[in-house]
Design a protein around this ligand. Structure first.
Ligand SMILES: Cc1cc2nc3c(=O)[nH]c(=O)nc-3n(C[C@H](O)[C@H](O)[C@H](O)COP(=O)(O)O)c2cc1C
Length: 174
């Protein structure tokens, strides 16, 4: 059975990212995936301190990243669902991403082959490019293929057709 990990980069449980995660989880399950889902905003995850302790491929910090690392090593697909904050990725998702610095030293351990992003921004023209660039750098380090991003803009005006958009996007990717 294929496995997917979805990470929500927003703390707003009624927000767009959280809604996208629910739709993704439902669609991936329908397609036969086992799905891990994480909300780091409600977990205890320390910042990477660049201590170099992960030179052996294992992070020395023991916290709520542990279940995320386990899911990552078992997954075929990883999905980040996060809002744009000040033209970049939310701090919630960036904190998780930085904790994958261990992959810089160990690219061979189990990891997803595919990475997919879902991004949302409140303005009519959010800067999605910066975040995509950062995600691509993360994919190179973690040995994943960057499979593209769904970009939802103007969320301040609501997104009535979100379900249809997200289902069509993910169906095309997996
Ligand atoms: C701290 C902060 C910074 C934001 N910066 C931007 C931004 O630079 N560009 C933009 O289009 N929207 C920005 N927004 C709006 C969010 O991207 C938008 O409301 C998004 O839909 C929130 O996603 P969520 O509902 O999943 O939390 C910002 C919101 C917050 C809270």
């Amino acid at each position: 059975m294929p496995v997917a990990t979805i990470i929500c980069g927003s703390g707003d449980r009624n927000g767009v990212s959280r809604r996208m995660c629910a739709i993704l989880e439902s669609e991936l399950s329908r397609k036969g995936f086992d799905v891990f889902f994480f909300e780091p905003a409600y977990m205890s995850i320390a910042h990477c301190m660049d201590c170099d302790g992960c030179r052996n491929g294992r992070c020395v910090i023991s916290d709520d990243m542990d279940p995320i690392y386990d899911a990552f090593s078992e997954s075929d697909v990883m999905v980040f669902c996060a809002p744009i904050h000040f033209s970049g990725p939310s701090s919630v998702i960036k904190t998780v991403m930085d904790r994958f610095q261990k992959c810089w030293f160990d690219r061979d351990s189990g990891h997803p082959s595919k990475f997919i992003a879902c991004l949302c921004g409140g303005s009519p023209e959010p800067n999605f490019q910066l975040t995509e660039k950062i995600y691509k750098a993360f994919c190179i380090t973690a040995g994943m293929e960057y499979c593209g991003a769904l970009e939802i803009s103007h969320t301040d005006n609501g997104v009535p057709d979100l379900e249809q958009i997200v289902r069509a996007f993910i169906s095309d990717k997996v």
